[in-house]
Ligand binder design. Structure first.
Ligand code: S3P
Length: 442
């Protein structure tokens, strides 16, 4: 993506946003369904797969490794090769912008006796991989380079050792990479987490037939997977992505007269911290029609324009809303009083340094902020927000969408310097927003 010319766009004050829509499939579950399908025997059929660039890169990656992933009608079909059955690709594999695709695939590659070179775009090539490489090396993965950033050449093995590993940072990607490697090890691999992170890997591995258990010990979660595993191809339905729905919901809260419903959204509690926070701010956000889809809880989310007040967002909540801080910060600009967000260390190593990018984007649009250590404070106006600035997005889709959201309610348009990256996670974003009544200008 990074070689394409930037596509700037401005969001201007919107008339009411009204309507009922669906958002594309959850990104985390989409990546996993392709990879687990590749490691299963037989065929996996996936409905509702997110067709964003990140996930398409994962589909290409599993195909390059010998497990054909292709779309037939409205269904993605993956022909699995079985645990340990993937083959060496003919060329380096490009993971584009995706940290999830890269890190989870490192866990998969660790268990195959093959050599794979992994590459990525300018943003991905800056992101820390040591957090994944460290534990995978303990299990037996070899890395040609003495570095922690892409491009990297990995050599896996069919002799992986099981480990017990306590996560130094709350990261579902690291947890998942180790569990995926653990499927291939001789014996049980345990990941210990102090703070719960999204549990889609645990749920889906169980669904595909792996022996996996979760226990609470001394206030920590121990997740153990049995090695020499056998997975069986399954039919998967991917629920709507709550991290994408967030942009529609937040826009509805900010634009007077709005009333938006997003149907069929994943509401797994490891993902819903934003919605809890918005309700604490006084937002009229309701989760209705709760049901289950593909082993995950889903609901319809309705949001109406609301007068908001600033709140303190505790650090413990960060893992359940880690991708939502930029848009929460944009919303907080309009709330009465300060919104204080603690525990944001991990925000600094996302597709961009999101802590810095968010604060800078707010400041350039007339919103006062303070960053102290891992805490971001947004001084909300409780009324009008100036806007009028141009936001640097740093190849980060969520920075782009967060500030377009903000511009729908500011006095002057908010410009983002590039919208091309939105296609990595939410290619339908601009179209859906226009369908609800938003207007953007190039
Ligand atoms: C993801 C985990 C999170 C999140 C990312 C998707 C996943 O990253 O930010 O968008 O699918 O496991 P970390 O594991 O780095 O927190």
């Amino acid at each position: 993506m990074s070689h394409l010319p930037p596509r700037p766009l401005a969001a201007r004050r919107s008339s009411p946003l009204v309507g009922t829509v669906r958002v594309p499939g959850d990104k985390s579950i989409s990546h996993r369904s392709l990879m687990f399908g590749a490691l299963a025997t037989g065929t996996t059929r996936i409905k509702g797969l997110l067709e964003g660039e990140d996930v398409i890169n994962t589909a290409r990656a599993v195909t390059a490794l010998g497990a054909l992933a292709e779309k037939q009608g409205d269904t993605w079909i993956v022909k699995g090769r079985g645990v340990g059955g993937l083959s060496e690709p003919l060329a380096p594999i490009d993971f584009g912008n995706s940290g999830t695709g890269t890190r989870l695939m490192m866990g998969v590659i660790a268990g195959q006796p093959i050599t794979v070179t992994m590459t990525g775009d300018a943003s991905l090539s800056k992101r820390p991989m040591r957090r994944v490489i460290g534990p995978l090396k303990q299990m037996g993965l070899q890395i040609a380079e003495d570095r922690e950033t892409l491009p990297l050449t990995l050599t896996g093995t069919d002799q992986l050792l099981p480990i017990v590993y306590e996560l130094p940072v709350p990261s579902a990607q690291v947890k998942s990479a180790i569990l995926l490697a653990g499927l291939h090890a001789a014996g049980e691999t345990t990941v210990i987490e102090k703070e719960a992170t999204r549990d889609h890997t645990e749920r889906m591995l169980h669904f595909f037939g792996a022996e996996i258990r979760t226990e609470q010990k001394d206030g920590k979660t121990h997740i153990t997977v049995k090695g020499d595993a056998e997975l069986t191809g399954r039919d998967v339905t991917v629920p709507g992505d709550p991290s994408s729905a967030a942009f529609l919901v937040c826009a509805a809260l900010l634009v007077p007269g709005s009333d938006v419903t997003v149907e069929g959204v994943l509401v797994n509690e490891t993902r819903t911290g934003l919605y809890t926070t918005l309700q604490e701010m006084g937002a009229d956000v309701t989760l209705t029609n709760p049901r289950e889809e593909g082993g995950e809880p889903i609901a319809d989310i309705r949001a109406r324009f609301s007068k908001l007040k600033g709140v303190i967002v505790p650090a413990e909540r960060a893992p359940s809303m880690i991708d939502e801080y930029p848009v929460l910060a944009a919303v907080a600009a309009f709330a009465a009083g300060d919104t204080v967000m603690h525990g944001l260390a991990e925000l600094k190593v996302k597709e961009s340094d999101r802590l810095a990018a968010t604060a800078a984007g707010l400041e350039v649009n007339g919103v006062r902020t303070a960053v102290e250590g891992d805490t971001l404070t947004v001084h909300g106006t409780g009324g009008a927000v100036s806007g009028g600035g141009t936001v640097a997005t740093h190849l980060d889709h969520r920075i782009a969408m967060a500030f377009l959201t903000m511009g729908l309610a500011t006095e002057h348009p908010v410009t983002v310097d590039d919208t091309a990256m939105i296609a990595t996670s939410f290619p339908e974003y601009l179209g859906l927003m226009e369908q609800l009544g938003a207007s953007f200008q190039t």
